[in-house]
Design a protein around this ligand. Structure first.
Ligand code: ADP
Ligand code: MG
Length: 388
């Protein structure tokens, strides 16, 4: 009897880890990546490459990087030099020394992480890769997380390893991030020396999202369980953000709701319900990209809002609470102007809203509130991210 209500054929096909065979609207970019690495794949001993991939959340950055590594692993094997692939998410692995160690680990090597300077680790890394005659193509996903943790140095090192003219080329890199804002920290003269091959992924539009979703429906759902109107509504909602992850999450949640209600089809009504449960405003990924001060501001705001009835706080009170919290985290609080810029930035991202009330300049007050997200929920999310 339960069979009757089956909605999903294979729900795992909707998980963020799943790598689909087809990648509609990203074939061109994947080919571009292959083209950049053509000479490396022909002669990994002599040539190496460095490519930057940028694009908004859910634009397929992680997907095309992993697809590319799959392609490398499937296609190539060499005799006089080994070509290896490596992937890391720098948000998970924020320490550059330990990332280098993980790369070494994939070729059966390691070094003690304690008691060595980064320079020494890099030297060891270079000599081992040379000795083992290995060329590693490494993806550094969410690279900005590494830079906000360690400063710009890792970018210099990655670049320098290529240019050092060792016996063999040992490292190619694919540097993935949402934007280039981390380059603000770099010295312009060094920046200009970094070769910039950039692949920019545009956010998906409605019809592109539709194509992506139809592909997933076929492999994840039982036949004829998802109405066309359902896909249309999801694509429309997600196109506001151009975010394929949000689209797929909505699809999955809508399916679960239909299943829970023991219905045979996933209908637009389920999407509307799913949408309420999955507010795009706090897409978790977005929160990871906030800097430490923005996180502390949000923690201060949500803490205040949790504890009171009003749905807003004044800018002044927020700033006081923010300063208190900075002390707790051992951070120096930003000066008022900088603080104000962070507030502006957070409202631009549609996480908070700020409104000015009162007419005369003297009576003016700025009120800060949260957009569409329960304070409690956001508080917990932020807190988790601050306990580094
Ligand atoms: N062109 C595409 N075809 C199929 N699935 C896609 C495509 N682009 C993105 N996705 C899917 O959308 C989700 C988000 O993609 P991801 O690569 O993680 O985005 P990003 O790393 O840019 O945030 C993943 O589940 C991914 O498989
Ligand atoms: Mg990603």
């Amino acid at each position: 009897m339960i069979e009757e209500y089956r909605i999903f054929k294979d729900e795992s096909k909707l998980s963020p880890e799943y790598i689909p065979k087809r990648i509609p609207h990203r074939e061109k970019e994947l080919n571009e990546l292959k083209r950049y690495f053509k000479t490396v794949l022909q002669d990994p001993k002599k040539s190496s490459q460095q490519v930057f991939i940028v694009g908004a959340v859910g634009s397929g950055k992680t997907l095309i990087s992993k697809k590319f590594l799959q392609y490398v692993a499937e296609q190539y094997s060499f005799h006089d030099i080994r070509l290896k692939t490596f992937y890391t998410n720098c948000r998970v692995n924020k320490v550059f020394g330990s990332i280098l160690n993980s790369i070494l680990f994939t070729i059966g090597q390691t070094f003690p992480t304690r008691g060595f300077s980064l320079d020494e680790i890099v030297q060891y890394f270079i000599s081992k890769l040379n000795e083992e005659k290995v060329h590693v193509i490494a993806v550094f996903d969410e690279f900005d997380a590494l830079i906000s943790h360690e400063g710009i140095e890792p970018l210099y090192i990655i670049t320098r390893i290529r240019e050092m003219g060792t016996e063999n080329q040992i490292l190619s890199s694919i540097i993935v991030s949402k934007s280039f804002s981390y380059l603000d920290k770099a010295d312009p003269s060094i920046l200009s020396s970094i070769q910039k091959n950039i692949i920019k992924l545009e956010s998906y539009n409605e019809s592109q999202l539709k194509d992506i979703l139809y592909d997933r429906v076929i492999i994840a759902f039982e036949e004829d369980t998802v109405e066309n109107e359902t896909i249309e509504l999801i694509s429309k909602l997600a196109s506001k953000y151009g975010d394929a992850r949000y689209a797929i999450e909505l699809l999955q949640l809508s399916g679960r709701i239909a299943e829970f209600r023991r219905e045979r089809k996933v209908r637009p009504e389920h999407v509307r319900e799913a949408r309420l449960q999955l507010p795009p405003q706090i897409r978790k990924e977005e929160l990871n990209y906030l800097d430490i001060h923005e996180k502390i501001i949000l923690l201060a705001l949500t803490k205040l809002l949790k504890e009171q009835l009003d749905s807003y706080v004044t800018l002044k009170i927020l700033e006081q609470e923010y300063e208190n919290m900075c002390k707790k985290f051992g951070k120096e609080a930003l000066k008022h102007t900088q603080f104000w810029l962070k507030i502006k930035n957070l409202s631009q991202k549609e996480i908070i809203s700020s409104t000015v009330t009162g007419a005369e300049p003297k009576g003016r007050t700025t009120l800060i509130s949260l957009l569409n997200v329960p304070a409690e929920q956001l508080y917990n999310e932020i807190k988790e991210r601050l306990e580094l």
